[in-house]
Design a protein around this ligand. Structure first.
Ligand code: SAH
Length: 451
């Protein structure tokens, strides 16, 4: 049995999909963050559970493959990046392995794995950030939550964010404080400003600012036109009231305070409007590559019907609309569906229909109307597809299903369900949309076995 606070010597032999190194000590799996496969080290045990334990690096004895010195001053405190201590090649190998392991272990599938697509930008690739706000030493600050906690650490120079976000925050924080705006305090559920939300169009440069507040601060915001003069790219300013005790950041509604209630960016050549509530891939350049891979897998011909489930603001379907007879998109967030319709119109794409509602419910309805798509795109949230969605899609009998997922585990699980329902998992390509973090996206081609 391992003892808490004891020091043991071991070698890291594997990597979890959360980015922790794994070693075996006295037959027990021990997870050690910020390690690399091949590291030999002394480990201090910090927590022992029944079947596994957690440790931290006590002393690094020999470097594993790809180790580098972390470049970020808050790497240890922040939970955002987990791979700043290894080079990019090594990170990509880990991620490729996460995807392979998910399909082998969870899906019990053996598709062709295409090589992982690396991201052109390893830093400053995010187009969106939500900074928690707090009061420290009588100063309004914002930054990130310390690992496993809700303690705000003042830091605005994140390597993953656009550099202009820091400039905006440096300007904004003192101005907000001067306007007497208080920081929300989670413990006492008092105060006003919870988060500062920023989003920037990767190609357009347009910036959206949204104040997430416990109660409206609109009356105190008499500096917005000065802010826009200082940063003309801020074309949309809004506030979202969230008065709940919750970890969910955005409130139910968004109120426009200045400018327009969306920003426009371009994606795969289409002009795309995005509201604060709409999902929009956070690494635009890489998402464009992802969509191109999906389009390639779909191998569309002009006479086909394409169903894009979980379509968000319509980005994927619209990038393929010129290659199909008709596109149907389905999405649960009303503002995103409004964006999708508007995006189709703006780009003069007229062969589209968009429906707002649950993917399972709507596909079941489409099925009863005898709509039979040739190709279905599935791009669900992390929890994957529910049974109703999968069964409705299976009953529609499309020749191809393209699944795009930010969670290889649920993607492998869902592919296995499709495999029980005549769909062969042909190939899988991992795409690194989120460099330095433990997240990895994958695209899967499923084809109908007509035999
Ligand atoms: N395909 C889009 C969005 C993918 S993210 C893009 O690439 O930008 C997943 C989307 O699924 C989100 O927009 C989310 O709002 C939506 N969603 C979540 N649950 C859903 C459900 N049950 N039915 C339909 N859409 C859902």
């Amino acid at each position: 049995m391992l003892q808490k606070n004891e020091i043991y010597e071991a070698e890291i032999t594997g990597m979890t999909n959360e980015g922790s190194g794994v070693c075996k000590i006295n037959g027990m799996a021990v997870f050690v963050p910020m390690t690399a496969i091949g590291d030999k080290l002394k480990i201090k045990i910090v927590k022992v559970l029944k079947n596994y334990a957690f440790g931290i690096i006590y002393e690094l004895l020999a470097f594993g493959t790809g180790r580098v010195t972390p470049d970020c001053p808050v790497f240890r405190q922040c939970g955002g990046c987990v791979f700043r201590h290894v080079d990019y090649q090594t990170e990509l190998q880990y991620k490729q392995q996460f995807v392979k392991d998910a399909f082998a272990r969870i899906g019990k599938l053996n598709p062709v794995f295409e090589p992982i697509l690396c991201s052109e930008n390893r830093n400053h690739y995010r187009n969106k950030a939500q900074y928690p706000v707090a009061m420290q030493d009588n100063k309004l600050i914002c930054g990130f939550y310390a690992k496993h906690s809700h303690r705000v650490i003042a830091f605005t120079d994140c390597y993953l964010h656009p550099e202009i976000f820091q400039e905006i925050l440096n300007y904004l924080l003192p101005v907000l404080q001067k306007a007497n705006i208080s920081a929300y305090d989670e413990n006492s559920h008092t105060g006003e400003l919870r988060h500062i939300y920023l989003r920037k169009g990767y190609h357009s440069g347009e910036i959206m600012l949204c104040f997430i507040v416990k109660k409206s601060i609109q009356k105190k915001l008499n500096f917005l036109s000065d802010l826009q003069k200082q940063f003309p790219d801020i074309v949309s300013i809004s506030e979202s009231v969230n008065s709940e005790k919750t970890n969910v950041i955005m409130g139910q509604t968004v109120k426009l305070l200045a400018g327009k209630n969306f920003i426009t960016d371009s994606m795969c050549g289409n002009q795309i409007r995005i509201s604060p509530q709409s999902f929009y891939q956070i690494n635009t350049a890489q998402a464009e590559q992802l969509y191109m891979i999906a389009k390639n897998y779909a191998d569309l011909q002009g006479n086909k019907l394409l169903l894009d489930l979980y379509c968000g603001a319509g980005t994927i379907g619209l990038s393929m609309a010129d290659s199909v007879k008709k596109l149907i998109g389905v999405e649960v967030i009303p503002q995103a569906i409004e964006n999708a319709k508007e995006n189709a119109k703006q780009n003069q794409i007229f062969n589209t229909e968009f429906y707002c509602g649950d993917a399972g419910m709507i596909s079941k309805k489409l099925l009863t109307k005898k709509i039979s798509p040739d190709v279905v795109i599935l791009d669900p949230p992390r929890k994957g597809c529910d049974n109703m969605t999968i069964q409705s899609v299976v009953s529609m009998q499309p020749n191809k299903i393209i699944m795009i997922s930010c969670n290889p585990a649920t993607c492998a699980r869902d592919s296995a369900i499709f495999a029980e329902n005549h769909y062969i998992t042909e190939k899988v390509k991992a795409v690194d949309l989120f460099p330095n973090t433990a997240h990895v996206e994958c695209v899967v081609l499923l084809t109908r076995n007509n035999r």
